[in-house]
Design a protein around this ligand. Structure first.
Ligand SMILES: NC(=O)c1ccc[n+]([C@@H]2O[C@H](COP(=O)([O-])OP(=O)(O)OC[C@H]3O[C@@H](n4cnc5c(N)ncnc54)[C@H](O)[C@@H]3O)[C@@H](O)[C@H]2O)c1
Ligand SMILES: [Zn+2]
Length: 551
């Protein structure tokens, strides 16, 4: 494994992290740190004492500090407490290292823990039936552990686990940063901008910035949900090298994509004496990026703009392509501009704290890129939806990079959305309408797009453009990515009316993006007028047994 990273062991209480960690450290000639032990030493109290007097939340904060300290030191083998990954920033930090999950079935664990009377020293187990309590804990934490780079069956004797870990670590390297350059005419100062992607590359921010912008200081826009969760990571990355002059947190959520928020940001920047050369950094999801980009496009007629997207959707979609906007009472994204970023930093480790629904939301757009332009990307995801759902680090980075490459190619070809870029609209013609008709906030964008992709796919199959088999593959993959493929109740006239109002509808006829096969799609407005309503009716049918069977 790359010498610079830590090997971090996670797993339920009793899975053998300390034993395996100590042996592994000896074998690799690295120091060993047990963050629980370190914490107890520092606090001068036992874990049950801390739990009893200060509560679990306080313990989690101390634990997160302890992990941060351990990971700031020289590369070691680090064993974490069973619940350490509950802390979002800890999760992000650990995904940047080499994370190993010692997976043991709760029944085997209970046998290991109970006879030694260890239950008393483990406050989360005390007073419960160990098997059911461990099962409950595993259910709660599985999605965190599943982000590990390596999952080992730790039910086997621990010496064997150490052997297996050693063997796996010997042959593995962590990916470096990769740069994708997008040609543009939208940025006055430059003809291209870089999208740098990788896992844990946020730490390289000062160098990435300095290579491209003569920055002295930068202003950060984030939200009141993202900043408390991940702001410390940005602050650490900036260190002393880049002065984060000030940060502004808008209220989390779509409502902040408004002229009122933009106005607040303009005022803030003016009060801070932000100048023409001072970049604005968007640190958050698509809402943050769209709003901050709009402000960066307009404040002083434009200041440099840097995107550090923190949602999957923003990483693969909204942060590149240069479209920025705020919403208007009459329509979403109505007031906006083309403002290409000067730099986009896509660090997939930041996704480690995303809730599952936001993960699925982003995968919808990635799969869309696969359906319209990249059969290999589609196959990659179709073959491993479980690992997509788990945000498996390698698969996620690979899929994000392919997705970025596709979007980059399309926006380069058609920066101002005259033609080819419309392909990206697959699933969006009805998707946007369904999203609007449901009332914003009911369905996430990617969820509505999933429904739109099913509807447009069904239309393509109806028209004989797409085979039934490939249509089923699209539908079933969306479903296995935990995206909706059916709607209980659709107000068909309402959705169709919303579709007619879409800003991309010209002369009353929507342009449809219809797949011909997986990896290729066409644009057409030549669609029988009754077909969209029939597609919406299809969405109300119960999921076919073919789809259900593949869940
Ligand atoms: N400009 C474009 O080309 C383009 C393209 C697609 C979508 N968009 C826009 O993007 C917006 C949607 O973006 P979004 O889905 O990212 O929404 P969002 O910015 O609201 O983020 C979704 C949620 O994820 C949370 N979150 C963000 N990062 C997190 C992290 N690392 N860990 C845990 N939680 C985190 C946020 O707090 C928020 O609640 C819409 O406004 C849409 O119009 C723009
Ligand atoms: Zn979209």
């Amino acid at each position: 494994v790359t010498p610079a990273v830590h090997i971090v062991l996670v797993g339920l209480s009793g899975s053998g992290k300390s034993t395996v960690g100590r042996l592994l450290a000896r074998q690799l000639g690295r120091p060993f740190i047990d963050t629980d032990d370190a914490l107890v030493r520092r606090a001068g109290r036992s874990i049950p004492q801390i739990f009893a007097s200060d509560g679990e939340e306080h313990f989690r904060t101390l634990e997160a500090d302890e992990v941060r300290r351990a990971l700031a030191g020289p590369p070691a083998v680090v064993s974490l407490g069973g619940g350490a990954l509950l802390h979002p920033a800890t999760r992000i930090r650990c995904v940047q290292q080499y994370l190993v999950w010692l997976d043991v079935a709760p029944t085997a664990l209970a046998r290991r823990v109970a006879p030694r009377g260890d239950v008393r020293s483990r406050p989360l187990l005390a007073g419960h039936d160990p098997v059911s309590r461990l099962t409950e804990l595993l259910t709660q934490r599985r999605s965190f552990y599943a982000q590990a780079h390596l999952r080992l069956d730790a039910t086997q004797p621990l010496e064997r686990v150490v052997q297996a870990a050693g063997a796996a670590l010997a042959g593995c390297t962590l990916p470096g940063a990769e740069t994708l350059t997008i040609q543009t005419s939208a940025t006055a100062q430059r003809r291209s901008y870089d999208v740098v992607s990788g896992r844990g590359i946020l730490a390289q921010l000062p160098a990435l910035l300095r290579e491209r912008l003569p920055v002295r200081r930068a202003f950060v826009v984030s939200t009141d949900a993202v900043w408390p969760l991940a702001g410390e990571l940005l602050r650490e990355a900036a260190g002393n090298a880049v002065e984060l002059a000030a940060t502004w947190q808008v209220a989390d959520g779509e409502a902040s994509k408004s002229i009122a928020s933009a106005d607040q940001l303009w005022t803030w920047l003016a009060e801070q004496h932000a100048e023409r050369g001072d970049p604005l950094i968007a640190f958050g999801g698509g809402v943050t990026g769209d709003l901050a980009g709009f402000v960066a496009a307009t404040y002083l007629r434009g200041v440099p703009f840097v995107q550090i997207p923190t949602t999957l959707l923003a990483q693969v979609d909204s942060s590149i392509g240069g479209k920025v906007a705020v919403d208007h009472a009459l329509a979403k994204n109505m007031i906006g501009a083309f403002k290409a970023a000067d730099l986009v930093v896509v660090d997939t480790s930041l996704l480690a704290s995303l809730p599952p629904r936001q993960v699925a939301n982003g995968w919808a757009e990635v799969l869309k890129h696969g359906v319209i332009l990249d059969a290999d990307l589609f196959d990659l995801m179709e073959g491993d939806t479980e690992r997509c759902n788990d945000l498996d680090p390698d698969l996620t980075l690979a899929a994000v990079r392919r997705s970025l490459a596709i979007k980059a190619r399309v926006v380069e070809e058609d920066e101002f959305e005259q033609g080819p870029r419309m392909l990206l609209n697959y699933g969006h013609t009805l998707g946007h309408a369904i999203e609007a008709a449901a009332g914003y906030g009911q369905l996430l964008h990617g969820e509505a797009v999933s429904l739109g992709m099913v509807a447009a796919g069904w239309m393509a199959a109806r028209l004989g453009l797409l085979s039934e088999t490939e249509f089923r593959r699209i539908e079933s993959t969306l479903q296995r990515l935990r995206l909706p493929v059916r709607l209980d109740s659709v107000d068909v006239p309402l959705v169709l009316a919303a579709m007619q109002r879409d800003k991309k509808v010209r002369h009353g006829r929507p342009t449809w993006v219809l797949p011909q096969r997986i990896g290729a799609a066409i644009r057409t407005s030549d669609v029988p007028p009754e077909l969209p309503a029939q597609a919406l009716a299809y969405l109300q049918q119960p999921a076919s047994s073919a789809v259900a069977a593949r869940r």
